[in-house]
Design a protein around this ligand. Structure first.
Ligand SMILES: Nc1ncnc2c1ncn2[C@@H]1O[C@H](COP(=O)(O)OP(=O)(O)OP(=O)(O)O)[C@@H](O)[C@H]1O
Ligand SMILES: [Mg+2]
Length: 311
């Protein structure tokens, strides 16, 4: 039977009239990697900060291995490893000193601290640079060390807030591999990102979040299956919102996924593609661009939120 490590119930955060997080519910099981996928301002960091007790919710509840983050803060926090969006390292200290500092804060001492630090330096491939001040590190090296800090006390719940921002593909893959390895060892992982490819490759389950609300959740495959079997066609042109919809719905085998000014997304049966071209030219719809692709998470995101992740 699966075992929920993290349970988030009706979590909400209001900053004045801004609702950063609007009553979300989800859980993460032991060994599971759950992605929180959403654009800038979706509420990802606010959610992470409430889970680890840095931000007090307006409403709702978080438990970690059954411990309430508010009522049993020490027991709950001792289970959590946090990899924050903004790198939290002492620039003038070495990698070893940074890890030792965070490890000692979390109760590791003596030989067990030293061996954990050595193990993690090797895991993030920094053992050759262990004694240099962090200020000399590249962005990718800092991100890797930031991850090691999150792992120092063998967390049962690992929270990662966009841990690969601004780094090259090689360092990115190294980080994703380590996250997979942690999950295989039984850690529950919550991974926030605005990168579809990352969520798709890494996560067992994805929560699509926008404007503080979870719009859908499921495996990458099951989310993509929401779009059906056909292709996804994007039509771009100088048209008003909704102006070409009546034309498109007259045709069999086409379904409007999302319709905005300048961009319409259709789910379309393979055989119906020539009919679409005919329709557009017959009605002299002014079109700048048409693209045809397999259903993907990006189209699901647009269907659910009316927005692109990159907007
Ligand atoms: N301390 C704060 N005071 C006021 N508003 C805030 C505060 N923190 C976040 N917000 C607002 O809450 C909303 C969600 O922000 P949050 O940082 O959680 O988004 P995010 O999904 O992490 O975005 P990003 O991808 O840019 O990191 C935004 O509208 C933001 O402006
Ligand atoms: Mg954020």
């Amino acid at each position: 039977m699966s075992e929920s490590i993290l349970v988030v119930s009706h979590l909400r955060k209001a900053y004045g009239s801004t609702i950063a997080v609007d009553g979300i519910c989800f859980s993460v099981d032991r060994g599971e990697i759950v992605g929180l996928l959403g654009p800038n301002g979706a509420g990802k960091t606010t959610t992470i900060s409430m889970i680890c007790g840095l931000t007090v919710p307006t409403d709702g509840r978080v438990t970690v291995s059954g411990h309430d983050i508010a009522a049993e803060a020490i027991a709950a926090k001792s289970q959590i490893g946090l990899v924050p969006q903004d790198i939290a390292l002492y620039e003038e200290l070495s990698a070893t000193a940074n890890l030792s500092f965070w490890g000692s804060l979390q109760g590791l001492t003596g030989q067990s601290l030293r061996s954990r630090v050595a193990e993690l330096l090797e895991k993030v491939d920094l053992e050759g640079r262990a004694t240099e001040p962090v200020e000399r590190f590249s962005g990718g090296m800092k991100r890797r060390l930031n991850l090691a800090v999150g792992l120092i006390a063998h967390p049962h719940l690992l929270l990662l807030d966009e841990p690969t921002v601004g780094i090259d593909p090689q360092a990115r893959f190294a980080i994703l591999d380590i996250v997979r390895e942690e999950a295989r060892a039984g850690t529950a992982v919550l991974y926030t990102t605005h990168l579809l490819e990352e969520a798709e490759r890494l996560c067992d389950r994805i929560l699509i979040i926008d404007r503080g609300t979870i719009h859908a959740e499921g495996s990458p495959e099951s989310l993509v299956a929401m779009l059906g079997e056909g292709k996804v066609v994007t039509i771009r042109g100088p048209f008003e919102q909704g102006s070409i919809d009546p034309l498109l719905v007259t045709e069999d085998g086409m379904e409007i996924v999302s319709s905005q000014a300048g961009r319409v997304l259709l789910s379309i049966e393979n055989g119906a593609i020539p009919a679409l071209f005919e329709l557009l030219s017959r009605d002299e719809v002014s079109v700048d661009d048409i693209s045809v692709r397999e259903p993907d998470l990006e189209s699901v995101f647009i269907k659910l939120t009316g927005r692109q992740l990159r907007d």
